[in-house]
Design a protein around this ligand. Structure first.
Ligand SMILES: O=C(O)CCC(=O)C(=O)O
Ligand SMILES: [Fe+2]
Length: 300
């Protein structure tokens, strides 16, 4: 895929980057081309029809990969950008990387992983439970990673867009983990807990137009409510590493080692440890040798 875009890439304004640092989330203007989004949707359909540009071992056993016949609930397709070129064109787009680099204050941004989250319309109960992305990345040395949340259509409140707890990246480590999980349907228990710790429980609903995206910090608590509309809610979440991130060994509470799917498929460094800069698994979206020009801000 060609990265040789000649026109300058618009980044995030300094004010928006400061907003992100303070609040743990930020939204962009309409920066993604319609054609890029159309292609990603076509890539998703290709995937569900069985097409693979690259086949990853262990699909459905080692990572989520919804396929037709799997049921009517929320569809989750992980690592899609490594498997489908049309999806990677959006997920790895330099504009996403440049904006993320500005927000994180990093000289470069690499992919960590990605996922499609598809919520069928008219579902009253299908939520994405409150969670912190970084909790799933115990083997990452950095607490400065971040996620781009890219809806593939206009995403008003009734479609259950992403909801982020404002400022929670600063205190989420103090919250009891037993009430937080991507797959937990109880959205109310957390409020009591957060307030009892003395923090403000301030959910921000990230309503976006097609072509906009949001960023959230890897320590920010977030989730989403049901899609009450009659249309599917389709979002691509691009989880990204800042330049400094590297592998570090980690263990679960029960003493077993943490091993992510990434760790299995990526190259190993000279110590035999996963190399989180392997370009075959962690492509660079953007680095500071590219030219970034600050854009007007849209922090809301
Ligand atoms: O799409 C959603 O509702 C959840 C996405 C998410 O958890 C994320 O982008 O990190
Ligand atoms: Fe998440």
């Amino acid at each position: 895929m060609s990265m040789s875009m000649q026109q300058p890439i618009l980044g995030l304004s300094a004010a928006d980057a400061a907003f992100y640092q303070e609040h743990g989330w930020v939204t962009t203007e309409t920066v993604l081309d319609d054609s890029l989004i159309d292609e990603a949707l076509a890539g998703l359909e290709q995937h569900w029809a069985g097409h693979r540009d690259r086949t990853l071992p262990g699909a459905r056993k080692q990572f989520g990969d919804w396929m037709p016949g799997d049921g009517e609930g929320t569809r989750n397709n992980e690592y899609l950008s490594l498997q489908n070129r049309k999806v990677s064109a959006l997920a790895w787009s330099p504009i996403v990387g440049a904006i993320a680099a500005n927000a994180a204050g990093s000289t470069g941004i690499r992919l960590f992983d990605d996922q499609i989250v598809y919520k069928p319309g008219g579902q009253k109960t299908a939520v994405v439970g409150w969670h912190v992305d970084g909790d799933y990345w115990g083997t990452c040395s950095s607490w400065n990673m971040l996620t781009a949340w890219i809806p593939l259509h206009d995403c008003p409140e009734e479609m259950g867009p992403l909801v982020v707890l404002d400022g929670s990246h600063k205190w989420s480590h103090t919250v009891d983990r037993s009430i937080m999980s991507f797959h937990s349907p109880d959205m109310d228990a957390l409020k009591t807990q957060v307030e009892s710790l003395g923090y403000e429980f301030k959910p921000v609903t990230i309503k976006l137009k097609r072509g906009q995206f949001s960023l959230h910090h890897c320590r920010a608590i977030h989730g989403s409510y049901p899609n009450r509309s009659d249309r599917p809610r389709i979002a691509l979440a691009v989880h990204m590493q800042d330049e400094a991130n590297e592998y570090r060994a980690a263990t679960r509470p029960d003493g077993r080692p943490v091993q992510l799917y990434n760790d299995v498929i990526c190259a190993k460094n000279s110590l035999g440890m996963p190399d989180y800069s392997d370009p075959g698994v962690f492509p660079t979206l953007w680095n500071s040798t590219a030219e970034a020009v600050p854009a007007k801000g849209t922090a809301c």
